[in-house]
Design a protein around this ligand. Structure first.
Ligand SMILES: Nc1nc2c(ncn2[C@@H]2O[C@H](COP(=O)(O)OP(=O)(O)O)[C@@H](O)[C@H]2O)c(=O)[nH]1
Ligand SMILES: [Mg+2]
Length: 410
């Protein structure tokens, strides 16, 4: 899922990490020379660095070698231009500054290695960072293009960029983690801000009077009927009893299609003849569920009906007769921003309580999944992830972010 976006985000991530490395100043003291410093818990106040303390409180290194001493000096502003080991030289200081170094002899190599180790220890101790707007402009422009290319809606893209900028620019921060960890944290927060809360359907059903009535609507061919079957299978696995209403009485073969799915899944289907009134079938299914003490009614519907007005009238009637507890708008992730626009229009005219995006398995971009909840203000409930009955993933913002940033546990 979302492979294209994941790859592009990985690129942005490493460049943003590079910007942080370039601008970070070493402020720590070598671990061996320092009094033991406990790594602070996340969010805990950071140990003050030597130069933050009054002179007499600066911890004395126990036995610094002369080369260590150089490392211990607090960085002066001029040092910023000294190419450090982890600080990539800025474009104007590359190449010419460094005369070609002769091949080191073995002794030299050992010394260099020791020096590198010392510096490594310095780097894990403390670093300071203040990023300016200019430092991040290029990489944020790149992130913006990546998101827009991935079909993330413009206002949502802007929010993500603003969040990252707010998080990184102009704030003086001390850190001990790696630049990549800072980048991941920032991107994670920015994405979580727009992804909404998700929706715990089993929890909703448990807390609700039965039968819970769920209506599935949306454009033809996006996967409504398949989704009704998958959700039925999922809820059965969660321990609920389910009945399906074959509410697409418009399309030839629709009743047979849901019937086949339901039979395979061992779920009862209430059906009328093709061409019948969908409200009547759905009403019967609700009555059936009441009479048999079932937990959930899942109503399939047609995505098309002679014309749009007619479809709206039908949906209006179904709403009045069925009194759904939840209306789920189904669309396909691969439609990208079109799916977001359609869902928004549907929500305004008919009203939706949640969104299902199908065919996420075929969507390299992920833009619809990222934008839809924030744009409409309704939760993304499920992602369809394939053609099998188990290919349905309850949407969780944390899961999506972990997937996008490659931080999900294997
Ligand atoms: N790859 C993939 N195909 C899906 C998914 N959901 C539905 N489909 C396919 O999309 C096509 C249309 O599905 P259908 O349920 O008939 O759509 P409806 O017209 O909205 O009821 C079928 O071939 C389904 O197998 C999904 O999550 N992933
Ligand atoms: Mg259908």
């Amino acid at each position: 899922m979302f492979e294209g976006l994941k790859g592009k985000l990985a690129g942005v991530r490493s460049r943003l990490g590079g910007v942080i490395s370039e601008n970070a100043e070493e402020t720590g003291i070598p671990v061996e020379a320092a009094p033991p410093i406990e790594a602070p818990l996340q969010g805990a106040p950071v140990e003050p660095s030597p130069q933050a303390l009054p002179a007499e409180e600066v911890p004395e290194p126990s036995s610094p070698s002369s080369s260590d001493k150089t490392e211990l000096l607090p960085p002066e502003p001029a040092k910023r231009s000294r190419p450090g080991i982890f600080r990539r030289p800025k474009a104007d200081e590359r190449a010419p500054a460094e005369p070609p170094t002769p091949a080191p002899d073995a002794e030299n190599a050992t010394e260099q290695k020791a020096g590198l180790l010392t510096k490594l220890k310095v780097l894990v101790t403390d670093r300071e960072l203040i990023l300016k707007e200019d430092d991040v402009r290029e990489v944020l422009d790149e992130l913006e293009i990546v998101l827009l290319e991935s079909d993330v809606a413009l206002p949502v893209t802007e929010e993500i960029i603003d969040h990252v900028r707010r998080d990184l620019v102009g704030r003086h921060r001390k850190f001990r983690e790696s630049p990549d960890e800072i980048v991941i944290e920032t991107l994670r927060d920015a994405l979580l801000e727009v992804l909404g809360e998700g929706f715990d359907l089993p929890g909703y059903i448990r807390g609700h009077e039965r039968p819970v009535r769920i209506l599935f609507t949306g454009v033809n061919g996006t996967g409504k009927t398949t989704t009704v079957a998958k959700v039925g299978a999922y809820l059965k696995r969660e321990g609920f009893s389910v009945v399906i209403a074959a509410g697409d009485t418009f399309r030839a073969g629709a009743i047979e299609q849901i019937d086949i799915h339901a039979e395979r899944l061992g779920i009862r289907v209430i059906q009328h003849k093709q061409g019948g009134d969908p409200s009547a079938v759905i009403y019967d299914a609700v009555e059936y569920a009441r009479a048999h003490g079932l937990d959930v009614v899942l109503a399939d519907t047609a995505g098309r009906f002679h014309n749009k007005q007619n479809l709206m009238n039908q949906l209006g009637k179904i709403r009045r007769v069925m009194k759904p507890d939840l209306v789920f708008y189904v669309d396909e992730a691969i439609a990208g921003n079109d799916a977001v626009v359609r869902a928004e229009e549907f929500d305004k005219t008919v009203g939706a309580d949640g969104i299902v995006l199908t065919k996420a398995d075929m969507d390299p971009k992920g833009g619809a999944a990222i934008s839809i909840a924030h744009t409409i203000g309704k939760p993304l409930v499920f992602l369809g992830t394939g053609q099998g009955y188990d290919d349905l993933a309850p949407f969780t913002p944390e899961g999506m972010v972990a997937d996008l940033l490659g931080t999900a546990e294997a």
